[in-house]
Write a protein of this length. Structure first.
Length: 402
């Protein structure tokens, strides 16, 4: 990669800022999802797919991925500048979350040249939507106990079983799939294999799941004698646990390499300050209540601390004592913070918090109610907060397994 000057980076950042200022579709005329887990209508899906393609074609997504596979071939700082401009202008989320954040980095890290050329560009352009087949109805967070069967028959694998909480499963063209290829392996982990599985084939059925919010976004996926090419296997048979663990490092933010952009609307603690100015307590602005104001300050301090922790995590000399501490803590800290922030916002809305999006009486068009109810999904996906705390305890603090 050729050396890039500070001036080139500054010019790129300025161009990105101007582009997002001009092209940000602030009001499409219907409710946009706050996260990739809430894409429940064709209208939302088509809009976000077109938006991601537009951002990619402008050079502001995948800017740091290799150019030979469809990326921009630039240093990571260029993508960081583009993503910062997206955040500044509060642009819509990127749609193809599983692809740009987990599958793509995994392919660049562990995939074959053939697979990189086959899949990467479609991931960036949102032409090929990806979903994840890890969780199962009977096993919850016990990923190592996955029971969906993949039986080798000649040049194919025959799949039988089901996966649940398949985000955008009804729109996906491909699935990263963890399946059991050897039920007689010496331990449950050794019997698992990892596949880049097509979805639009006979024997695959998705059924939408209606959430507490009334929205969709998840499906349950059923495999009934579904046949996929043996070439869909990633790595070797029995290596599925290794590949799945690397995937989860990307999902949990413990490993870098994502394409850029963001897949969830980021709530700013200062938005809560504004809400507190507009809310009332005993006939006065809520922000004048000293106890409430003290809690607001705590949220602002915590938000800033989390941002600085993310920056610190990228500076090796500042992480010598526990090198993976921040990386493995990041997911649980952020998701729980967002949940608590939205919960606090709901207390400020008072009785009006009972109104949801679409109701004329809803505060801020139901933003805080939506944010609160949907925040729980982020504390579950990619490993529940309880699982994440166990990971930190075992792998960072060296505590024994429970």
């Amino acid at each position: 990669m050729a050396a890039v000057s500070d001036r080139e980076l500054s010019e790129f950042a300025a161009d990105a800022d101007a582009w997002f200022a001009e092209n940000n579709p602030r009001d499409p005329g219907f409710m946009l999802p706050l996260t990739f887990m809430e894409v429940g209508t064709d209208e939302q899906f088509d809009f976000l797919r077109a938006w991601q393609r537009k951002v990619y074609e402008a050079g502001y997504l995948g800017a740091a991925w290799p150019s030979e596979y469809g990326g921009g071939g630039l240093p990571q700082a260029f993508q960081d500048a583009a993503t910062a401009a997206m955040r500044k202008h509060k642009c819509p989320i990127m749609l193809n979350a599983i692809g740009i954040n987990w599958t793509g980095p995994l392919l660049l890290d562990m995939g074959t040249e053939e697979d990189r050329h086959k899949y990467i560009k479609g991931i960036l352009s949102a032409e090929d939507i990806w979903c994840q087949g890890f969780s199962e109805p009977e096993n919850g967070s016990d990923l190592g106990n996955a029971q969906l069967k993949a039986v080798r028959e000649g040049d194919e694998y025959v799949l039988n079983g089901s996966k649940i909480w398949t985000t955008q499963g009804n729109y996906a063209k491909y699935m990263i799939l963890l399946a059991r290829t050897n039920p007689d392996a010496p331990n449950k982990y050794a019997g698992l294999s990892f596949f880049l599985a097509p979805m639009n084939i006979p024997g695959v059925e998705t059924r939408p799941i209606r959430k507490l919010t009334g929205e969709f976004g998840f499906t349950q996926t059923f495999f009934t004698d579904a046949r996929i090419p043996a070439s869909c296997l990633m790595g070797e048979e029995g290596q599925g646990w290794l590949v799945a663990m690397r995937t989860l490092e990307y999902e949990r933010g413990a490993r870098a390499g994502q394409a850029g952009g963001y897949i969830m609307t980021e709530f700013d603690a200062f938005q809560i300050v504004d809400l507190a100015r507009r809310a009332t307590r005993a006939g006065a602005p809520a922000i004048e209540d000293p106890v409430l104001r003290d809690r607001l300050v705590d949220f602002v301090i915590e938000a800033q601390g989390l941002k600085l922790c993310k920056q610190r995590g990228a500076i090796a000399p500042l992480n010598q004592e526990r090198p993976m501490g921040l990386a493995l803590s990041n997911k649980v800290m952020w998701t729980e913070f967002i949940r608590r922030l939205n919960e606090f916002a709901m207390t400020l809305t008072g009785a009006a918090g009972g109104y949801y999006a679409g109701d004329a009486n809803a505060v801020d068009e139901g933003l805080w109610a939506r944010g609160y109810l949907n925040a729980f999904s982020a504390t579950i996906g990619g490993g529940t907060s309880e699982v994440q705390r166990n990971i930190v305890g075992e792998h960072v603090l060296g505590l024994p397994k429970k």
